[in-house]
Design a protein around this ligand. Structure first.
Ligand SMILES: *[C@@H]1O[C@H](CO)[C@@H](O)[C@H](O)[C@H]1NC(C)=O
Ligand SMILES: *[C@@H]1O[C@H](CO)[C@@H](O)[C@H](O)[C@H]1NC(C)=O
Ligand SMILES: *[C@@H]1O[C@H](CO)[C@@H](O)[C@H](O)[C@H]1NC(C)=O
Ligand SMILES: *[C@@H]1O[C@H](CO)[C@@H](O)[C@H](O)[C@H]1NC(C)=O
Ligand SMILES: *[C@@H]1O[C@H](CO)[C@@H](O)[C@H](O)[C@H]1NC(C)=O
Ligand SMILES: *[C@@H]1O[C@H](CO)[C@@H](O)[C@H](O)[C@H]1NC(C)=O
Ligand SMILES: *[C@@H]1O[C@H](CO)[C@@H](O)[C@H](O)[C@H]1NC(C)=O
Length: 429
């Protein structure tokens, strides 16, 4: 760990340099980003996908009182304007409206993210609202969300970060679904939440590299052994065909080391690639699938930017030597951590610009960078088990500063996704 830290230190920008304009050329390379901490966090991968013992569904939060909802209209002020950059803004204290659901009232949350239940003593991380600088986000209305996916499928594709966004979306809508009308099934590598009355589903698909890899097994995978097939997405994409709203994400698994073993063409020809080169090729493969398979009249595609990590507290508090553990407040000043690789972001941006089909890039990195307080840290599980008392007392070794607590930051990503869907939603009366 120490060696890695020293290595890493070389690349550190000053933490008060938000735009990163002065970063060294090393910025262009992928840093050996994540030390042991990350690797072991990723080993458990989606173990939860099949191993959770799912609590039976109960709808405490909501009871249908037989009222009929009026046809849903989108108010003009709820349609975000094209010129508004919803990703520039600040976190505002709002313990009246937030969180949007309660941790103990969403039966679908996995142990990995239920920080309060796992012993986190503070809950302020749940009470921040994302406020864009020049406009307001519409208030998340679960009824409207369900209306927008009526007779449709919404699917999140990616790694465990993306799974948390899926979990968040399920929790955001589940409170208004009458008892027995919503159900969650695990069909590895998928999780499927169906809402009967709406003939709708919210789904998750495990594909940590988007393209095929030896890490595609939903539960048995490790970030230590990576072999990626840069030219093939077919085994996954057959599950993506025809899905109405697709939300992609892939980052952290690429960043384990600056090089990655991969094939392109012959399966026997395994080579080490620069991660940036490999990522570019993988996205080309993905982009080809998008162009050949997406019908832009019927389908919508989103791509999530990098979810930031908070592994080194000296980045926001020079001189300190911790991580995200025991952080209580968002960062106020401009901040961009060295874990969020701008080169990878540019590759995504470039790939999306080349596409003939519009894919919306949700640039949530900056807003999430502020949230050093919102990671699961030691209030989580590892390899399917809650951390022991001993492990908890050693946050430097066991703190998870990659994944997020729920309710929390991924809810805000979904509020933004919701805003984008609402923007284009045509109300039919
Ligand atoms: C909400 O926050 C305010 C300001 O910090 C505080 O005075 C109040 O007690 C809080 N209310 C609740 C319900 O936590
Ligand atoms: C129900 O949803 C499926 C999948 O989204 C869709 O293909 C089908 O047309 C829907 N059924 C009706 C009756 O609209
Ligand atoms: C893709 O599917 C083929 C045929 O089902 C299978 O042989 C192969 O192992 C799969 N590849 C991956 C990466 O799962
Ligand atoms: C996990 O995968 C490895 C290699 O693919 C295999 O050797 C091992 O038996 C698998 N473990 C389980 C529990 O399936
Ligand atoms: C690539 O695979 C070889 C052989 O298994 C291994 O020695 C090497 O460390 C791997 N490279 C990376 C970057 O993982
Ligand atoms: C990445 O590849 C480029 C050439 O494609 C090479 O110049 C550079 O040294 C490589 N970077 C690393 C970190 O290997
Ligand atoms: C995403 O946002 C960051 C921070 O505001 C910015 O530096 C970056 O250029 C944006 N990326 C794209 C592709 O727009």
């Amino acid at each position: 760990m120490h060696i890695l830290r020293v290595d890493f230190n070389i690349f550190l920008p000053s933490s008060s340099d938000p735009k990163m304009k002065t970063r060294s050329p090393l910025d262009r390379q992928v840093q050996s980003l994540f030390p042991l901490a990350l690797a072991s966090v990723l080993i458990i991968g989606t173990a939860r996908l099949v191993l959770d013992n799912l609590r039976s569904y109960r709808s405490d939060a909501f009871r249908l009182r037989g009222e009929h909802r009026v046809p849903m209209l989108v108010l003009p002020e709820d349609r975000i304007r094209d010129e508004c950059d919803v990703f520039q803004g600040q976190w505002v204290w709002d313990n009246v409206s937030y969180p949007l659901y309660r941790e103990d009232q969403c039966p679908y949350l996995v142990k990995q993210v239920t920080c309060l239940k796992n012993g986190r003593p503070d809950s302020m991380y749940q009470n921040w609202r994302w406020q864009p600088n020049r406009c307001n986000l519409p208030r998340f209305d679960p009824w409207m969300m369900l209306e927008m996916i009526r007779n449709k499928r919404l699917m999140f594709v990616g790694d465990s970060i993306q799974r948390t966004q899926f979990d968040s979306m399920v929790c955001l809508v589940q409170s208004v679904i009458p008892e027995g009308k919503g159900s969650l099934r695990r069909v590895p590598p998928r999780k499927i939440f169906t809402i009967k009355d709406y003939n709708a589903s919210i789904e998750y698909y495990w594909a940590p590299f988007i393209v095929e890899s030896i890490s595609d097994h939903a539960t048995n995978h490790t970030v230590h052994k990576r072999l990626v097939k840069l030219d093939s997405v077919a085994n996954h994409s057959k599950y993506w065909e025809g899905v109405d709203v697709l939300v992609f994400e892939s980052y952290v698994w690429w960043m384990h080391k600056p090089q990655i073993n991969a094939t392109y063409g012959s399966r026997d020809n395994v080579r080490e690639y620069n991660v940036t080169d490999a990522y570019r090729l993988a996205l080309e493969t993905w982009a080809n699938w998008i162009e050949s398979s997406i019908d832009p009249q019927k389908q919508k595609v989103f791509f999530m930017s990098t979810s930031p990590t908070h592994l080194w507290s000296w980045e926001w508090r020079p001189g300190s030597d911790g991580n995200c553990f025991s952080e209580l407040y968002p960062i106020q000043s401009p901040y961009w951590g060295s874990g969020s690789n701008l080169e990878i972001m540019k590759i995504v941006h470039h790939a999306l610009r080349q596409l003939k089909i519009h894919v919306t890039f949700l640039n949530i990195t900056q807003m999430s960078e502020f949230r050093k307080d919102a990671h699961t840290s030691v209030f989580t599980e590892r390899k399917g088990k809650l951390l022991t008392k001993e492990q908890r007392s050693d946050p430097k070794s066991f703190g998870d500063c990659i994944h997020w607590c729920l309710p929390g930051v991924p809810d805000a990503w979904n509020e933004i996704l919701y805003a984008y869907l609402l923007k284009d939603h045509r109300t039919i009366l």
